[in-house]
Ligand binder design. Structure first.
Ligand code: FAD
Length: 532
């Protein structure tokens, strides 16, 4: 098989890919056996000359050496290297109990799936409800403003990313990424995620995928339970011996994968009481910003905006405040999506964003956040959580109760005024919004940095700092405020048998990196232990 990289095809070229590949390899079409798209990225830096940039794997009906020698000196056409086998050899240490996985987010689901596939029959415990009931609970919250602390945007089957844009981008370079993408496609994800540079699934498709993973785990002998919250761990001589579920059910357990996500504040507090090794960690807080999607499309694609092959445009912006050393940046951008109420704790407003696969609401939204560190909130292990909670409660009060969120136009925010409702797009956050001064809901180090960043972002994306763009507060759950310390072997630094995984452990951020972390921890375990 041949690998063709850096293959640029203009947006306007509709020639079938096999014909283009044949031309690139200087071969007749009849000499092409098959063409697989391995990667497709978009280069829109020159608005009048937008290109897709492909990597292809091409099988030819002739000796590959002949093709390569004819193209010698062309560094973008080489022999493809076959992918390494994914087989894992199981270990020899005996197990005394069934391994338990906490949390049905990407980390926990993938850890449980890999364990089940290798014969370990895990028990997966999730504090929230199954994804169908969870969808009803969340819809009711957005409609009525009545929060269910058991089942919400942070808690329930699928984890935090289920009500999201389902972006699958990650900066993690892991050889198992391809395997993970293949699994997602088997479970119902659109096939193009395997090659797109910035793939996304959308909340609608994610919900189906999550159910299919659960079904596979059960088919392979694993158990999955909902409304099953880990409330305690028993540790003796630095070794895990058991867990308690829902305060009353004791389970002997010496191997526990802890994939609790970044919002399980009660669980962090319990681990702290049990002296599991943890540390406070930096994260970021800020607001959501909304624009008409058309404005972003125009700025990113120029005259090609609206072209059916392009879809809704995204952006990634960074601003460095030289005097304070702080950075403001866009985060979790959702093209064609909406701002969502993502609270999990009574009396606190939290924002986030999501989209359907089609990304067709006409609204572009993104978090604009500023990094904060223990120097801002204290080095006590749980002080970052208190810091988040403080601003979530200020936002709740500023919104006027019932989980209405505080909003402010960019014009008012920069002018230090409030109450303006001359919105470029109507705020999409439900159950409602109240126009107030967001400076009252966030620390000055954050609002000051955002005030510096907005004009800078307006220079990078025309119209971004339009006075009518909408800011909604507060975005506090960007990553875990705590790290559950572990070694290279994925095991807690001071508790044998405990495998902290995913975003909540502080070793991942985003759906893909959390899922990969869960897979890698499960593989490390499998290499050490043999099934019961
Ligand atoms: P989580 O997904 O948070 O899962 C943890 C699970 O553990 C939860 O289901 C929780 O209920 C459960 N749990 C917690 N404590 C306990 C306990 N004591 N007992 C039992 N169960 C427990 N990332 C992206 O890459 N792309 C996106 O487009 C994207 N959009 C997002 C949109 C929203 C609205 C949100 C909230 C997040 C988004 N993210 C996105 C981030 C992404 O969801 C997370 O990085 C990812 O889900 C982390 O996976 P995880 O498995 O580590 O934790």
């Amino acid at each position: 098989m041949l690998r063709v990289t850096n293959f640029r095809i203009p947006l306007t070229d509709d020639t079938p890919i096999d014909k283009l590949a044949a031309k690139r390899l200087k071969l007749p079409l009849a000499a092409i056996e098959s063409v697989t798209i391995v990667r497709r990225a978009l280069d829109a830096r020159r608005k009048n000359n937008i290109n897709f940039v492909y990597s292809l794997e091409v099988t030819v009906k002739m000796p590959e050496g002949q093709v390569l020698s004819r193209l010698s000196g062309d560094k973008d056409v080489v022999k493809a290297v076959p992918a390494a086998s994914g087989a894992i050899e199981t270990g020899t240490r005996p197990l005394t109990c069934q391994p338990v996985v906490i949390g049905a987010g990407p980390a926990g689901l993938l850890a449980a799936y890999i364990l089940a596939r290798h014969g370990y029959k895990p028990l997966l415990l999730e504090r929230g409800r199954d994804v169908d009931r969870r969808t009803q609970d969340i819809t009711a919250f957005w409609r009525t403003g009545r929060l269910d602390e058991t089942s919400n945007v942070q808690f329930g089957e699928g984890g935090a990313g289920t009500f999201s844009d389902g972006k699958l981008t990650t900066r993690v370079s892991d050889p198992k990424l391809g395997q993970l993408l293949d699994l997602l496609v088997d479970w119902g994800a659109p096939p193009e995620i395997k090659y797109l540079h910035k793939p996304h699934i959308g909340t609608d498709k994610l919900r189906t995928i999550v159910k299919n993973i659960r079904t596979r785990i059960r088919e392979m002998g694993g158990k999955v339970e909902f409304e099953a919250r880990l409330t305690d761990v028993a540790i003796a001589d630095g070794r895990l011996t058991g867990i308690t579920v829902n305060d009353n059910r004791r389970i002997p357990c010496d191997v526990l994968f802890l994939g609790i996500g970044h919002s399980a504040r009660d669980t962090y507090a319990m681990l702290y009481r049990r002296k599991v090794a943890m540390e406070a960690k930096p994260f970021a807080i800020g607001v959501r910003i909304e624009h008409p999607q058309e404005l972003i499309d125009q700025a990113q694609y120029g005259p090609a905006a609206g072209h059916p092959k392009l879809g809704a445009a995204d952006y990634a912006l960074v601003y460095q405040d030289r005097s304070s050393g702080r950075a403001a940046y866009s985060f979790c951008m959702c093209p064609g999506g909406m701002v969502v109420a993502a609270a999990s704790e009574t009396g606190g407003v939290v924002t986030n964003g999501m989209s359907l696969y089609r990304r067709d609401t006409g609204i572009a939204n993104s978090a604009l956040v500023v990094n904060v560190t223990p120097a801002d909130f204290g080095t006590d292990i749980l002080s970052g959580i208190e810091f988040q909670r403080h601003y979530e409660r200020l936002a709740f009060a500023a919104g006027g109760g019932g989980y209405a969120a505080p909003v402010q136009t960019v014009g008012d925010f920069l002018a230090g005024k409030s109450g303006g409702t001359n919105y470029l797009v109507h705020p999409s956050y439900r159950p409602g919004t109240t126009a107030v001064n967001l400076h009252r809901c966030l620390p000055a180090c954050v609002t000051g940095t955002l005030a510096g960043a907005l004009p800078d972002f307006g220079r990078k994306i025309q119209g971004f700092a339009h006075p009518g763009a909408v800011l909604t507060g507060v975005e506090t759950r960007t990553s875990a405020p705590v790290r559950i310390l572990r070694g290279q072997d994925f095991i807690s630094q001071n508790t044998q048998g405990l495998y902290p995984i995913g975003e909540g452990a502080g070793y991942a951020g985003g759906i893909m990196s959390a899922a990969l972390d869960g897979m890698n921890a499960a593989i490390a375990f499998i290499k050490a232990y043999k099934p019961l």
